[in-house]
Design a protein around this ligand. Structure first.
Ligand code: ADP
Length: 501
């Protein structure tokens, strides 16, 4: 039965109905096959036994009725055969004239005689034939100076009666089967549909946003348990996603609110107080510019996160020289050497190549080095390393800062995680940096992590899968010089952009 929902989608047939239909069909098919096979076997067996009986009786009669046997004795033999085997014997001459017994009323069987003559002419000495109601066995014997046909006949009435009886039993069996399949299918349907209905009801609740559900109930059926576990997993993930979304909105709103409030406040101050005082006005305008930069950085990071979540294009991956990239990105922090007395020690093994999204890897390196600069200790020193590590190229950024508490190590990669302590940083951060790093490295499948000891500092590391250097060198050589210089210019510009921010 096909139901229709209000929105027009078909709800499909009820499982109960399908089960009942399948069960009944299967049971009836089995019963019918059984009946057909049984009838065929019984029919064959009965006929075979009857033929055997006719042959035995026929052989006995043909032995006892000789050319010299007189009528009375022949009659006696025939009566005996009826008594012993339940078969009726009679003798006809070659013209079909009945000779024995006389109760055959001297009937004439010319057609039968003709057929027998033909059948027995080719060297066969006996023939069996049936007219539907009887089965007859005939042999040719000499009697009364001529060739005669001795026929022994048995009725097939019992077979017909047996078949009729079996037909009735079959009908009863079909009816009983239908009733039983109805009961069995109902039982199975309840067994299967009950948990399915339960899981469906909970899934609907889940769709409505109720994450307090528990799908872990144990059902008898493995598939339903798997479905239930999958929904449970979906429920946990959805609730996590919603929590993250809510936190993100709350954090983003908060982070937007602070600079916006500042911008408004300082703009008002310029209008009302410092408008004519160049020094004050410049100081206030600088705050407005700084806060706008903060907002811009936040928006850029949020866009990056959403892009990384959507998955970046595999085609954007190329083989490039990671060693050069590390020097280039570390070089972008050089301005801190002069302006804030930082030391950035970069040591990269030559010509280590990777197959990756170059712009994204640059972002990873920038964020990790930027964090190390932000959180390093009083010696203001950061070490940046890249070296061959077996099949991989290992990148490490070591700082001498306070380190990260063990319980915080797993959470720092989460979106918007920020250590509870406020920290003065030379490089601006939005609290999204490590989350972006994680997203990019996971998309590439590179292992990464952090080793940190409180009071001593942290080492953030990434294992890049190395690409064959020859391939990278070939690609670089193939790049047109013009294209290369354009790329270099772009890189210079983008590094300038970041430095400015
Ligand atoms: P942000 O640095 O802008 O706050 P990140 O996502 O880059 O955001 O870092 C998340 C948090 O991880 C930081 O707030 C800080 O608590 C911690 N963290 C990151 N890098 C370091 C580091 N090198 N040393 C100590 N703590 C760090």
């Amino acid at each position: 039965m096909l139901g229709k929902r209000k929105n027009g989608t078909k709800t499909g047939k009820s499982l109960n109905l399908v089960l009942w239909f399948c069960f009944s069909l299967f049971a009836i098919a089995v019963v019918l096959i059984f009946i057909v096979v049984q009838n065929a076997l019984v029919d064959r067996h009965y006929r075979k036994k009857t033929v055997e009986k006719l042959e035995t009786a026929g052989a006995e009669l043909s032995d006892k009725i000789t050319p010299s046997t007189d009528g009375q004795d022949a009659l006696k033999v025939i009566v005996e055969a009826y008594k012993n085997y339940g078969v009726t014997g009679y003798l006809i001459d070659s013209d079909g004239q009945s000779l024995f017994p006389d109760w055959t009323d001297q009937k004439s069987y010319p057609a039968l005689a003709e057929v027998l003559k033909k059948e027995l002419s080719g060297g066969r000495d006996s023939v069996t034939f049936s007219d539907g109601n009887t089965l007859t066995y005939a042999i040719e014997i000499p009697f009364g100076g001529q060739n005669c046909y001795l026929c022994v006949m048995s009725s097939l009435e019992s077979l017909t009666r047996l078949e009729e009886g079996m037909g009735q039993i079959s009908l009863i069996m079909v009816l009983v089967t239908i009733v039983l399949s109805f009961v069995a299918s109902g039982f199975v349907a309840v067994l299967v549909t009950k948990p399915v209905n339960e899981v469906t009801a909970r899934a609907k609740q889940l769709a409505r946003g109720d994450y307090s559900l528990d799908f872990k109930e144990h059902y008898f059926c493995r598939e339903i348990n798997e479905l239930s576990e999958t929904l449970d997993y979906a429920c946990t993930e959805m609730s996590k996603a919603e929590k993250i979304q809510q936190e993100l909105i709350a954090n983003v709103s908060h982070d937007f609110k602070t600079p916006l409030t500042m911008i408004k406040a300082y703009a008002s101050m310029i209008r009302e107080i410092s408008g004519d005082d160049k020094e004050k006005r410049d100081a206030h305008a600088k705050i407005i510019i700084d806060e706008s930069d903060r907002l811009t950085a936040l928006v850029v990071d949020l866009l990056d996160i959403s892009k990384i979540r959507a998955g970046f294009d595999e085609e954007e991956r190329t083989v490039f020289n990671l060693s050069e990239e590390v020097y280039r990105v570390a070089g972008r922090f050089d301005y801190l050497k002069e302006t804030a007395g930082y030391t950035i020690l970069t040591e990269a093994e030559d010509d280590l190549y990777v197959f990756a999204n170059r712009a994204r890897i640059e972002q990873v390196l920038y964020n990790l080095i930027g964090n190390a600069v932000n959180y390093t200790g009083e010696d203001k020193t950061v070490q940046v390393k890249l070296f061959r590590n077996g099949e991989n190229s290992r990148f490490e950024v070591v700082d001498s800062g306070k380190g990260i508490k063990q319980e915080e190590i797993s959470t720092i990669w989460d979106r918007y995680y920020r250590s509870s302590e406020t920290h003065k940083r030379p490089v601006k951060g939005t609290g999204l940096g490590l989350s972006i790093v994680k997203g990019i490295l996971e998309a590439h499948g590179y292992p990464f992590g952090v080793e940190s000891e409180e009071g001593k500092g942290s080492t953030f590391w990434v294992e890049f899968f190395s690409a064959p250097a020859e391939e990278g060198a070939k690609r670089e050589a193939a790049e047109e010089p013009a294209k290369k210089s354009v790329r270099k210019k772009k890189e210079k510009m983008s590094s300038g952009d970041r430095n400015d921010s």
